[in-house]
Design a protein around this ligand. Structure first.
Ligand SMILES: Cc1cc2nc3c(=O)[nH]c(=O)nc-3n(C[C@H](O)[C@H](O)[C@H](O)COP(=O)(O)OP(=O)(O)OC[C@H]3O[C@@H](n4cnc5c(N)ncnc54)[C@H](O)[C@@H]3O)c2cc1C
Length: 466
C-alpha cells in the first residue's frame, strides 16, 4: 500500500484521508489539539455549539453525502424555514423570497419591505430592461460590484448582495471576483436576456412546490461531523503536530519527508505522497523550496480575519420577539455596525433548542476583509460591541449567562479578481512534483462542500496523478 501524509486535519484534509481509506496508509497531522479546523464544536453554558462553520450547502452533494457515508444520515437536519433578514436602514427587514445570491426578482415585495430607498428601487426597476454583458473565460474577470452596479444600482448591490456575500466570504464586493464567487451568473449572462427575466425563468424551473432548504446542519455540531470523518477514514491522526518543512526524495528514494514539531520534540515522516490541506499562508512556506511560483501565488491570497461571539441567555418572558420569529440577520457593510451577521441558534436549529430548552443561544459574526476591527479589539471589547449592535437590532437582551469569543485569524481566503488564474498558476507549479497535491478553502470554494470536493480531488491526484 502507498503511504500518504495529509498535512492539515480540517474538513479538506479529512475528506482526502477518507477518500484514501482503501488504497493508502494515511497519517493526518494537525497543529491544533483536535481535528476539524473551522469545523469546531465547543460548549457554551454546557451546551454544544458550533464556534466556526454551522451549516453546509445541500445544493451540491459532496459534504452531505460524506456525512451520510460516515454514519451521520440521521443527524443531518434542516434549519427552521425562515426568510433572509437584513438589518437595513435602521430596522430588521425581510428579504422577499425569489432572489439569487441577493439579486431580487420580486420587486413589488422588495419595495414593500423597505430594504431599499425609493431611489434605490427606481434604479433597480431599470434592470427589467437591461441585458447583462456576457462573461466568459476569455473576457477579463471583473469584480461583483463592477459587473452588477450598472445593472442593479449601487443600493441594491450594497444592501442586498454585499450582506449575502459578506456572510459567506466576509469580503468586499468591489474586490471579489464575479467568476469565482457568483459563477452561476456567468451562465445566465450567456442568454442575451434581461437579467431579472433570466433569473425568474431559472427560479421557475422548480414550479411552485416549496423549495427544500439549501443547507444542512449536523445535530451535535459540525465539529462532530469532522471527528466522524476522521474516525471513518481509519487514518492515524497526530494532533498537536505542526509541519515545519518538506523534503523531496528522502535518502535518494522517491517520495517526501515531512519534518514536524510535537510537544515531545521533532518528528520526521516519510511517505510516498503528501497532501497539503492547509490555509494558503500555511501551504506557501512548505512549498517554497519545491514550487516557488506556486508558493508565491499562494502567499498573494488575501484573507479576512473574523470572530464569532456566542451568547447564552436564560429563556424567559423577556426574550425579545425577533429572536423567536427569525433565524438571524445579515448586516450590509455600510450600516456602521461591527456585527456582520447574527444567527439565533435556538430558533434556527431544533437540535440546539432540544439540547437546552431553558436557554436561548445566539451567535454574532464580526470582521470583514480590509477591516481590522476584530484584530484591534480585546475579547471584552468584542463582546461589548456585539451586545450594542444586537440590542440596536433586536432590543434589550439582559445579561448573558455565558459567552464565548472565538477568533478566526485570516480564516477566510478572499477570491479577488483573477483568483481562478491564480489557482491555475498554483496547480501548474505543482505539476512537476508527482505525489504532491493541495486542497482546501484557498482554491475552488470556501464552503464546506467545496472543501470536501477539493479533498477528494487531492486524494485522486496523489494516487493517479490527475
Ligand atoms: C467563522 C467561520 C464560519 C464559517 N461558516 C461556514 C458555514 O456555515 N458553512 C460553510 O460551508 N462554510 C463556512 N465557513 C468556511 C469553511 O468552514 C472553511 O472554508 C472550511 O472549513 C475550511 O476547511 P479546510 O480544511 O480547507 O481548512 P481549515 O479548516 O483551516 O483546516 C486547516 C487545518 O490545518 C491545520 N494546520 C495549519 N497549519 C498547520 C501546520 N503547519 N501543520 C499541521 N497542521 C496545520 C489547522 O490547525 C487546521 O485544522 C466558515 C468559516 C469561518 C472562519
Amino acid at each position: 500500500m502507498r503511504t500518504v501524509t495529509v498535512i492539515g486535519g480540517g474538513i479538506s484534509g479529512l475528506a482526502a484521508a477518507w477518500a484514501l481509506r482503501d488504497t493508502a496508509r494515511v497519517v493526518v497531522l494537525d497543529t491544533a489539539p483536535q481535528v476539524g479546523g473551522k469545523l469546531r464544536t465547543g460548549r457554551v453554558a454546557g451546551v454544544p455549539v458550533d464556534l466556526g462553520a454551522e451549516s453546509m450547502t445541500a445544493m451540491r452533494p459532496e459534504a452531505v453525502r460524506l456525512a451520510e457515508d460516515v454514519g451521520l444520515a440521521d443527524a443531518l437536519c434542516t434549519p427552521r424555514p425562515a426568510p433572509v433578514t437584513v438589518w437595513s436602514r435602521g430596522a430588521l427587514r425581510t428579504m422577499p423570497p425569489g432572489h439569487v445570491m441577493g439579486i431580487p426578482t420580486r420587486l413589488d415585495e422588495l419595495a414593500a419591505s423597505g430594504l431599499l430607498s425609493d431611489h434605490g428601487m427606481a434604479q433597480l426597476r431599470r434592470a427589467e430592461e437591461l441585458v447583462p454583458p456576457t462573461t466568459s473565460a476569455d473576457v477579463a474577470d471583473v469584480t461583483v460590484g463592477e459587473y452588477l452596479t450598472p445593472l442593479l444600482g449601487e443600493e441594491a448591490v450594497e444592501r442586498l448582495i454585499a450582506p449575502l456575500l459578506g456572510g459567506i466570504h466576509a469580503g468586499d464586493v468591489n474586490r471579489l471576483s464575479l467568476a469565482s464567487v457568483m459563477p452561476q451568473l456567468a451562465a445566465i449572462a450567456q442568454d442575451g436576456e434581461p437579467l431579472l427575466a433570466a433569473l425568474r425563468r431559472k427560479l421557475s424551473t422548480g414550479g411552485d412546490a416549496p423549495r427544500p432548504s439549501p443547507v444542512r446542519g449536523v445535530a451535535g455540531g459540525l465539529g462532530h461531523f469532522a471527528q466522524e470523518v476522521a474516525r471513518a477514514s481509519g487514518a492515524t491522526v497526530l494532533t498537536g503536530t505542526t509541519a515545519l518543512a518538506l523534503d523531496s526524495e528522502p535518502r535518494g528514494a522517491s517520495g517526501w519527508r515531512t519534518h514536524a514539531a510535537t510537544a515531545d520534540g521533532l518528528l520526521t515522516l516519510d511517505s510516498d505522497a503528501v497532501v497539503l490541506a492547509l490555509p494558503a499562508h500555511g501551504a506557501a512556506p512548505l512549498l517554497r523550496p519545491h514550487a516557488p511560483l506556486a508558493a508565491e501565488a499562494l502567499a498573494g491570497i488575501d484573507h479576512a480575519t473574523s470572530a464569532v461571539v456566542t451568547l447564552a441567555f436564560s429563556r424567559d418572558g423577556t426574550t425579545p420577539g425577533p429572536l423567536t420569529e427569525r433565524n438571524g440577520f445579515l448586516v450590509p457593510p455600510g450600516e456602521g455596525a461591527a456585527v456582520k451577521g447574527a444567527t439565533f441558534l435556538s430558533t434556527k436549529w431544533s437540535w440546539q433548542s432540544d439540547a437546552a430548552p431553558d436557554l436561548f443561544l445566539l451567535r454574532a459574526s464580526l470582521g470583514r476583509a480590509g477591516n481590522d476591527t476584530v484584530s484591534s479589539l480585546t475579547d471584552t471589547q468584542l463582546l461589548r460591541v456585539t451586545v450594542q449592535d444586537l440590542t440596536a437590532a433586536i432590543g434589550p437582551l439582559g445579561s448573558p449567562l455565558a459567552t464565548e469569543v472565538t477568533r478566526w485569524d485570516r480564516g477566510l481566503p478572499q477570491y479577488h479578481v483573477g483568483h481562478s488564474e491564480r489557482v491555475r498558476r498554483i496547480r501548474g507549479g505543482l505539476a512537476g512534483h508527482p505525489g504532491l497535491a493541495v486542497c482546501g478553502a484557498a482554491y475552488d470554494g470556501v464552503g464546506v462542500s467545496a472543501c470536501v470536493a477539493s479533498g477528494f480531488t487531492a486524494a485522486r491526484v496523489v494516487m493517479v496523478g490527475h
